[in-house]
Design a protein around this ligand. Structure first.
Ligand SMILES: C[S@@+](CC[C@H](N)C(=O)[O-])C[C@H]1O[C@@H](n2cnc3c(N)ncnc32)[C@H](O)[C@@H]1O
Length: 289
């Protein structure tokens, strides 16, 4: 924790105030204010966009100076979208069980912010805390700590309600520690990371096997990614949408939610220092058989 601010009392359903989307952006605006003010912000953002264009993900995410800029620019739209996803009936039902959630490739903080906001509606009464474990191959710890302290301060979420954890590891080089973390989770997420793993096809398929092997029967796997051509993976002469790799494993996974293309459009009139784009994504929520 970088800053210790007093944590106000948790107000449950009312924690986000009257305008939930604006409340999420207020957290990000506060946590990212320093990054947005830095003089080379626009220049660095431009460099990140160019690296995305040539699919040089290591060039983006393994350069520490890019991380605060990435979070300020890309996390708002995703945090709003993930809030929307996690306030749906199925995911609220899962959140009410106060699960251990393992978020793979989640260092930039969209999952931490979006799931925490949605949890405010599911934390009635007493019980063990929800755990949100963010995992990534790059060291996002200082950004995640700032987001955590801002969330606790703004929404009054204490350690008795949500515990936050972070670990570093490469999803393309699976270790026994990562396997054991996955197998402890009741919900495992891979949101806007699975496509990127296909820069190394063999190890991306090993990742699929790791999910099959380690998500326990009855537990859930949530896969969300771009619905556009970015999710089209070439294998030999054929192209597949990345969700097809998991859809083809029907003997292991029962689909609970399944949509190939969905728009998330944020409300009008939201205030944030940078523009916020709408998002088109696919979603799969599987239950391990
Ligand atoms: C497009 S960002 C998405 C971040 C976050 N899940 C979200 O939805 O905003 C991809 C994330 O995956 C991470 N990542 C990329 N390759 C990875 C790998 N091989 N192992 C673990 N994390 C990886 C990056 O550091 C980055 O945080």
């Amino acid at each position: 924790m970088t800053e210790r601010r007093p944590i106000p009392a948790f107000r449950g359903n009312d924690a986000l105030g009257a305008n939930h989307q604006q409340s999420i952006l207020n957290v990000l605006r506060m946590a990212c204010s320093e990054a947005i003010r830095q003089p080379d912000f626009a220049q660095r953002l431009q460099a990140i966009k160019q690296l995305f264009y040539v699919r040089d993900f290591d060039g983006i995410f393994l350069e520490t100076a890019n991380l605060p800029v990435y979070t300020a620019q890309y996390v708002p739209r995703r945090a709003l979208c993930y809030y929307d996803i996690f306030t749906g009936v199925e995911l609220q039902r899962i959140l009410r069980t106060r699960p251990n959630i393992m978020c793979l490739g989640a260092g930039s903080g969209s999952e931490l912010v979006g799931i925490s906001a949605a949890s405010c509606h599911a934390l009635e009464g007493n019980g063990a805390p929800i755990t949100i474990h963010s995992q990534d191959y790059s060291d996002w710890s200082s950004i995640l700590q700032t987001l955590e302290s801002t969330i606790r301060y703004k929404w009054g979420i204490s350690e008795e309600q949500i515990k936050y954890e972070f670990s570093i590891g490469d999803l393309l080089r699976v270790t026994p520690e990562l396997e054991s973390e996955i197998s402890r989770a009741e919900l495992v997420t891979a949101m806007f990371v699975f496509n990127e793993l296909f820069s190394d096809k063999v190890n991306a398929m090993n990742f699929v096997k790791t999910i099959v092997k380690n998500v326990r029967p009855g537990c859930y796997f949530l896969l969300v990614d771009s619905a556009g051509s970015f999710s089209s993976i070439k294998v030999g002469s054929k192209s597949y949408m990345s969700y097809m790799f998991f859809d083809s494993l029907a003997q292991y996974f029962a689909p609970i939610l399944s949509e190939d293309s969905k728009w998330f459009r944020h409300a009008h009139g939201l205030e944030y220092p940078l523009g916020i784009e709408n998002m088109r994504y696919f979603i799969r929520l599987y239950q391990r058989k």
